[in-house]
Design a binder for this molecule. Sequence first.
Ligand SMILES: [Zn+2]
Length: 295
Amino acid sequence: MNAEIYHFKVGTFKCMAVSDGTHTYTPPTFPPPATFLFANAPKERLEQVLREHSLQPEQWIEWISPYICVVVDTGKHRVLVDTGAGALAPNTGRLLQNLQAEGIAPGDIDTVILTHGHPDHIGGNTDSEGRRPAFPNARFVMWKDEWDFWTSEEAEVKLDEHARELLLMFARKNLPPIQGSLDLIDHEREILPGIQAIAAPGHTPGHMALAISSGGEQLLCISDAVLHPIHVEQPEWCAAVDFAPDQVVATRRRLLHRAAAEKALVLAFHFPFPGLGYVIQKGEGWQWQSIETEG
Ligand SMILES: [Zn+2]
């Protein structure tokens, strides 16, 4: 299997999980992974759960996170979900070359859906000079609250100075150039036939999930509603980067309930590549089950 591209189908839609690379979250730039990902978890219970996942609490010092974009070919439209991180880190910005390897040129994408305005999701919006959209024929779609938040003068980012500056720098570089080809949405509706926007606020103010449906099958792109498979089991444990933890928990419960009840295929942007799996009901809660991929 190509470790950076994974083909699958949703009904008649031809889909691909496409890696933009990985980023290593480690001190001193970031808190240790357990603190970063599960900021409000009770210590003893956290250590127990980490061990259940074969993670040694004291030794888990770096979180190597994949960044996974999605391409959906509906037959009429070629849609890209998120543009990756661009030049954020040494191992990111691989989206365009991975698309090219599949014979897809930037001009072939007619719709780019941005789930939210964090650097790892909008960093590939623009060309290398940062002036023009990297996907010249695409209309870009984003939730209105999200656009308003990141383009306001004083975006209220409750993080340390370094992280705050990084987030704002990426927003200022990667959002204005797409303004001329932008569609903002403010309620749950179909973006294109078979591609439905779902309000999923919390991680950021206008974070958006997608339900992609064809031929009775469904893919839920939940983006950063969860960052790590442990969040599926422990939906109350929020990450340091989650903007509104109470909203995160409510959004997660709604999406996880739906995914399990509808037996939808799920794609989570930061999960181990290709990020695809199912949410299984387990007692009162849920568990993540990744799809079997051929080695
Ligand atoms: Zn992310």
